[in-house]
Design a protein around this ligand. Sequence first.
Ligand code: IMP
Ligand code: MG
Length: 179
Amino acid sequence: MSVTYEGMIFDEYISRSEIAELVEHVAQRIAEDYADKRPVLICVLHGAMFFLTDLMRALPIDCSVATVHLQSYDGTSSTGQVRETIPLQTDIRDKDVIVVEDIVDSGITMHYFKQILRSRQPRSLKVAALLSKPSELRYPDAKPDYCGREIPKKFVIGYGFDIHDLARNLPAIYALREN
Ligand code: IMP
Ligand code: MG
């Protein structure tokens, strides 16, 4: 199946059932590593909200949630700038923190955000991303500790991923058709 946004065609790329498997896999690994801990999951709004809620429900351990809004992306290409538009309100000192992100692309967002978080002295700091684009990674420290699936350089929408703030509500993930 395909969908059209702003004159661009996107083809289904990761089905709902595969997304559910990826989320379950990430949850299992986190559950093993944090069996005796109570991590704070930081949801990077708005892209990670679907992943965060599905991930939390798949986690059989005590955990809490916090939110932050980081803006680093404009349309289909990275602006190379990062803005903290809704700051984190939660005190993470001495907490086991897992940043939950939709995708790590160049890594600039996570590189920048991890520096901020480290200055607030969490006990531990990890990143869980549903997807990553290893070929695009420019900041090696931003490589996610937990990743659902690595994808090639593609622009994706759906399941939280947006194009100009639309298409997040598509239940599957679609990739931009390249001609
Ligand atoms: P990075 O800072 O270059 O790693 O980009 C990360 C951010 O860009 C993610 O949090 C996403 O919000 C956004 N992004 C990266 N790739 C895509 C994509 O294919 N579709 C939609 N958003 C994306
Ligand atoms: Mg994002």
